[in-house]
Design a protein around this ligand. Structure first.
Ligand code: MG
Length: 244
């Protein structure tokens, strides 16, 4: 069966990465919930997608240059006054459920990795005794490598953009993942077909898809029988999987 990951807690249904989104996702028959983690200036871990506050909150400017005391006063757009959540708070929403946390380790402005960020996330997951309930993902290879080094054996995913897939080539992407003990790739849904899925699987790697946000993309990935895909419409994905 193909697992469904509610992307940012179902970003087309509820305000992304919010308590509303996560509490609703926790009631769904999905296998995973995806969300994004940035560090604060004072060493806390917060759940927000962008490296700046502007798009999804009433605040402005970078996330990682603020202390939690300041960030906790910022309101998430569309939530009726809710603040962003700490990683530990999202963990507690899902702890009573069977849902796996699919945690994307984010980078700073200009795609610069935050030093030690993947290690701090791994430490927090270990302290919460959630390492075996988590999949850690990143678009940055260096970040995936750091995560792999911190928590082995672990479930790590290298998210591959179309540009990387084209520029490096799938063969080299696979070889790099294999050499680095990265067990799974995540490719954009429009960059997947049966041959690519078979090639990745033949190399002994898992294969996931991302950006499956409409019924055509969802149908395609269900037909390809990928291991997992992320979707902003978990409701659609659940309905289509039932009928598949
Ligand atoms: Mg993400």
């Amino acid at each position: 069966m193909t697992d469904i990951a509610s992307h940012r807690g179902g970003a087309l249904l509820w305000p992304e990465n919010s308590s509303i989104a996560f509490e609703n996702t926790a009631k769904l028959p999905v296998e995973q919930v995806e969300f994004d983690v940035h560090p604060t200036r004072d060493g806390k871990l917060v759940v927000i997608h962008d490296d700046t506050l502007d798009r999804t909150t009433d605040g402005k400017g970078p996330v990682a240059t603020r202390d939690w005391a300041e960030l906790s006063k910022v309101v998430l757009k569309g939530t009726g006054g809710q603040r962003m959540l700490l990683l530990d708070e999202v963990i507690e929403i899902f702890r009573p459920t069977p849902i796996v946390l699919r945690i994307e380790i984010k980078c700073g402005p200009d795609r610069t990795p935050y030093p030690g960020h993947a290690a701090r996330v791994a430490e927090a997951l270990g302290q919460a005794r959630m390492l075996d309930r988590c999949v850690v993902t990143s678009f940055q290879l260096s970040t995936v490598l750091e995560a792999v080094a911190e928590a082995r054996p672990g479930k790590h995913v290298w998210l591959v953009t179309p540009n990387v897939q084209i520029d490096i080539g799938l063969t080299n992407v696979i070889a790099t993942a294999k050499a680095a003990n990265i067990p799974m790739l995540g490719l954009r849904q429009n960059m997947l077909d049966a041959e690519i899925v078979a090639t990745v699987r033949a190399a002994g790697l898992g294969i996931g898809g991302w950006a499956c946000n409409d019924s055509d993309a969802i149908a395609k990935l269900l037909a390809l029988q990928v291991d997992v895909f992320t979707t902003d419409r978990p409701d659609l994905a659940i309905a289509q999987r039932r009928g598949h």
